[in-house]
Write a protein that binds this ligand. Structure first.
Ligand SMILES: Nc1nc2c(ncn2[C@@H]2O[C@H](COP(=O)(O)OP(=O)(O)OP(=O)(O)O)[C@@H](O)[C@H]2O)c(=O)[nH]1
Ligand SMILES: [Mg+2]
Length: 676
């Protein structure tokens, strides 16, 4: 694994602005002229990011489910810095259906590419080739990487890649990216990329229509025939592109030809085109692929089937949840936090630091600012390093195993039925589960969903009721130390709120539920090295985000404390904290911390509980309220970026009172039942 460099550039700003504007800005034009740009494109989950990471040393998220990459990452090719590689989101086929697919298509149309290199799954050659036949029509120089050769061989397949290269007229290279096999041949193949001839054979009627439309198409970096085919398939991105570049009458003429062709076919032109490609891809496959029976995969595939079984699937899900709960809630939040927070920081580092600061600063304001109860070190650094770090580390490790095994898409299938309640399909489970890692990142992942309505609903539920790993770990650690009943009540209330709000929101924003179309990857043993690299990348990102906010939070608390504002606030909040939520008055500062981040607030409660101030009922009420509390600043900013300020503000305005409402309701219910 090459040493990871920092990401050179991620281009989520492609969204919301036509990419051709960006492609023509001087900076990009200059970089395109001085450096060759090669885009790695292909279906989802075929190893584009794994390959990109190996070839550039630039970090890119690699996981065993479709839709891991949702924006463009750039990196210089190791050994030839004149070439910039682009890692792109996977596409199913064109026309693009979701925002992440559109990003890739925009790159193909408007980025001045030296070549487009398709990365394909060698295990599924017809599917790979159906996309090759589509990409070849664009007329860009191309090469084909047949990745996952290790798994194809394991299944008894052998592919004559030299013959395939001859048939397609482009270089074809077999690889196994994660094992580093075949990578040496790639830079040469990239440079030898060929402008392919059109390979898609169409019936005469189609050829006539296509030729007519082709003659109307403008001159661009992609071929007129490719543009005409996208136009025929009603491709939204291509049409947006053409509207800006074609006189209106010409566009109208092309639309007319298209409408006439559509008149001959009951099916959409896009699906007829796709079936032509499939047929041809299967014919080519028959010439180059040989299969021998392979029997070693039976046990793994049987387990894979059980994970989506309505009964066994639930049992396995429960097992997975218990395992994660134990690892994060017990190993992380209790053992490791005990070691770090209590033993290392509490008994050794913090007392030593306090006496060192006292030796030169006395016990005045500087002492308080650094090592007092709300000190930068005591609250900012200690919370972040001794409490949050061990928890998120264990969570990211457990999560990495789930991701790389291929379990998450199966969870999407299993939960498809539950999500139908919310007018969503099981694809929504992916951003939700990713939200357990980090809600901010998961908000970006909603781009993989197909309609704006689905994206909006999932973003709302993420912001409201999905706790991120840090918070979940703190909550788990606290509740696990209280009782099993406390864990059950918390889980039930959070899930009930999620479903109730989701149900209402879905009814208020009616729209069609999309069917679940998701490719299930094979089950794999996760590679420990890959999980460590991924965890390290996530931790680095997480700590960079958390530390400044924790320091800021500590500073705010210090100033409030010094100026007497905190005492005032505690008193002012009493009707809410003591009256409605039934918590001690000392809970108010934890809620103030919650404004920075929900996990910071949860940490405040963690310490309050450690000092024996909270009863079991109070602990559950506090954890429910802080879980539903407003999303962290980074998430709100991400929502604003993806959906606009108005939506971000409305979401916060809905979530904030709702958190207190549900928390208070639970308090009164538990009091009525007689505490737990
Ligand atoms: N066995 C095997 N696994 C691979 C190979 N290449 C990638 N993988 C695994 O395949 C999964 C998908 O890899 P990614 O690099 O995330 O795929 P991607 O094409 O970038 O996927 P999206 O970003 O979702 O479009 C990961 O679990 C990788 O570890 C390979 O050559 N052999
Ligand atoms: Mg990827």
């Amino acid at each position: 694994m090459p040493a990871a460099k920092t990401e050179e550039h991620t281009c989520n700003h492609y969204l919301g602005r036509p990419i051709w504007e960006i492609a023509l800005t001087p900076a990009t034009a200059q970089s395109a002229a001085s450096r060759g740009t090669i885009a790695l494109v292909g279906h989802s989950n075929v190893g584009k990011s794994a390959l990109f990471q190996k070839l550039t040393g630039v970090r890119a998220m690699v996981s065993n489910y479709p839709g891991t990459t949702v924006e463009i990452t750039r990196g210089a090719l190791t050994g030839n810095h004149a070439i910039t590689l682009l890692d792109t989101p996977g596409v199913i086929t064109l026309p693009a259906n979701s925002e992440d697919e559109r990003i890739t298509e925009k790159v193909l149309l408007a980025e001045r590419l030296q070549s487009a290199v398709q990365v394909g799954d060698a295990k599924n050659l017809p599917r790979t080739l159906s996309l090759t036949l589509l990409l070849m029509e664009l007329g860009l120089p191309m090469a084909l990487v047949l990745n996952m050769m290790d798994e194809a061989i394991e299944r008894g397949s052998s592919i004559d890649h030299a013959l395939l290269g001859k048939i397609l007229g482009i270089p074809v290279v077999p690889t196994a990216a994660v094992h580093g096999h075949g990578l040496d041949a790639l830079p040469g193949a990239f440079l030898a990329a060929q402008r392919p001839k059109s390979a898609l054979a169409l019936p005469d009627k189609w050829e006539v229509a296509l030729t007519a439309i082709e003659s109307l198409m403008p001159e661009t970096t992609v071929s007129r025939r490719g543009l005409a085919l996208l136009f025929l398939a009603h491709d939204g991105v291509a049409e947006e592109y053409l509207v800006e570049r074609m006189p209106f009458e010409q566009l109208a003429k092309a639309q007319d030809v298209r409408a006439r062709l559509q008149g001959h076919s009951p099916e959409s032109l896009a699906s007829v085109l796709q079936s032509f490609r499939w047929q041809q891809a299967e014919n080519i496959t028959a010439r180059v692929l040989q299969n021998a029976p392979a029997g070693r995969l039976v046990s793994r595939s049987r387990l894979a089937q059980l994970t989506v079984h309505p009964v066994w699937g639930l049992f396995l899900l429960a097992l997975a949840l218990v395992a994660v709960f134990w690892f994060v809630g017990v190993v992380g939040a209790q053992w490791l936090v005990g070691l770090l927070e209590v033993s290392l920081f509490g008994e050794i580092i913090n007392p030593a630091l306090a006496s060192w600061v006292a030796s030169f600063a006395g016990k005045g304001w500087l002492y308080d600012l650094l090592v007092g109860p709300y000190g930068l070190w005591t609250m900012g650094i200690t919370y972040a390093v001794a409490l949050i770090l061990p928890i998120v580390t264990t969570f990211f490790l457990a999560f990495g195993v789930l991701e790389d095994s291929g379990y998450l898409p199966r969870l999407a299938v299993l939960s498809n039925r539950w999500f139908s309640w919310l007018g969503l399909n099981g694809k929504a489970v992916l951003p939700m589960v990713l939200g357990l890692g980090c809600v901010t990142m998961a908000t970006v992942t909603t781009r993989t969903l197909e309609t704006r309505r689905e994206r909006f609903l999932v973003t709302l539920l993420l912001a409201l009721a999905v706790p991120c790993s840090a918070q979940l770990g703190v909550v788990m650690g606290l509740l696990a130390g209280t009782s099993a009943l406390a864990v059950l009540i918390w889980s039930f209330v959070i899930l009930a709120t999620l479903f109730a709000v989701g149900y209402l929101a879905a009814r208020l924003s009616p729209g069609e539920r999309q069917p679940l179309v998701l490719e299930l990857p094979p089950f794999r043993w996760p590679l420990p090295g890959a999980i460590l690299v991924k965890t390290a990348a996530r931790l680095e990102w997480y700590m960079k985000e958390v530390l400044p906010l924790f320091l800021l939070g500590a500073l705010v608390m210090f100033l409030l404390d010094r100026t007497g504002g905190l005492a005032l606030l505690v008193r002012a909040a009493e009707p809410l904290t003591v009256g409605w939520l039934g918590l001690p008055a000392a809970a108010a500062p934890a809620f103030v911390l919650g404004f920075m981040r929900r996990d910071f607030g949860a940490t405040g409660f963690f310490l309050l509980s450690a000092s024996g101030v909270l009863s079991p009922t109070q602990t559950v009420v506090a954890m429910v309220t802080i879980t539903l509390f407003i999303p962290c600043i980074a998430t709100v900013m991400m929502i604003a970026k993806e959906y606009g300020n108005k939506i971000a503000v409305s979401m916060v305005a809905l979530i904030f009172p709702l958190a207190f409402f549900v928390g208070g309701l639970l308090n009164h219910l538990l009091l009525w039942i007689g505490n737990i």
